[in-house]
Design a binder for this molecule. Structure first.
Ligand SMILES: C[S@@+](CC[C@H](N)C(=O)[O-])C[C@H]1O[C@@H](n2cnc3c(N)ncnc32)[C@H](O)[C@@H]1O
Length: 232
């Protein structure tokens, strides 16, 4: 199976994303990455926002609620995600981040939350984000670091999820396309009430890892590592 087929299969239905979202909470700083992401988007005061890889649309909905006047368009490669987002009352349409069906300089904000690590040609997606942004517009991004859930993956016999857009290289990658880049790193916590819930989480991306997780009793917490970046 190619990486593209693997990613497409993961997001054919909403279930995998719902299982994953449910376990995450703030880490030692008490800060939620989603809140930091939303603040970064809103504080740039955009009036027309494009989100790429919007998933089930909760982030889009929360920005629209916080900025009632803004014009928000959520897009995703997966039709199922577009439909789920539309059910939240968010304008949504299908689009590939590497070939955006929009004119140049259409938006003053672009959001890419936990999705650029799935795009095989990340530079192509960033060129597209740059193209559809007006001068002075801001791209706001969330991604994960190599340490993200590394302990859980190791217990299941897996390796850290090192991606082509991990926290360690995200700023450098963005700098190839944008002059001003900021990055804030945030430690998070995944809480699993029991072994079955940890297995269910692992199953959202690998049956083999899910089957290999040794039994444990009681709740367990594992560290996550996320970064929020802005680029202009
Ligand atoms: C990990 S999910 C994140 C979803 C959402 N942004 C969130 O934070 O919950 C990744 C999303 O990116 C989408 N995706 C993957 N490759 C894409 C591409 N080339 N263009 C647009 N969306 C893509 C997937 O369909 C999926 O909905």
């Amino acid at each position: 199976m190619t990486e593209h087929e693997h990613v497409t299969g993961q997001y054919e239905r909403e279930g995998n994303l719902e299982v994953r979202r449910g376990v995450w909470g703030p880490g030692p700083e008490g800060v939620s990455p989603v809140d930091v992401l939303r603040t970064a988007v809103i504080s740039a005061r955009p009036s027309e926002i494009l989100e790429i890889g919007c998933g089930t649309g909760q982030f889009a909905r929360s920005v629209m609620d916080a900025m009632p006047g803004c014009d928000y368009l959520a897009t995703d490669l997966s039709e199922a995600m577009v439909e789920a987002t539309g059910r939240l009352g968010v304008p949504a349409r299908q689009a590939d981040a590497t070939a955006l069906p929009f004119m140049a300089e259409t938006f003053d904000g672009v959001v890419a939350a936990w999705m650029l690590y799935h795009v095989p040609d990340v530079d192509r997606a960033l060129r597209e984000a740059r193209r559809v942004l007006r001068p002075g517009g801001q791209l706001t991004v969330a991604t994960n670091g190599d340490a993200h859930l590394a302990e859980l993956l190791a217990e299941a016999g897996g390796r850290p999820l090192v991606t082509q857009f991990s926290s360690e290289i995200a700023a450098e990658t963005l700098s190839r396309h944008f002059a001003h880049v900021t990055q804030r790193d945030i430690e998070t916590r995944a809480t699993f009430p029991d072994h079955a819930s940890a297995v269910a989480y692992l199953r959202t991306f690998s049956e083999d890892l899910a089957a290999a997780l040794p039994p444990f009793t009681g709740p367990r917490q594992f560290a996550g590592f996320t970064s929020i970046l802005t680029a202009r």
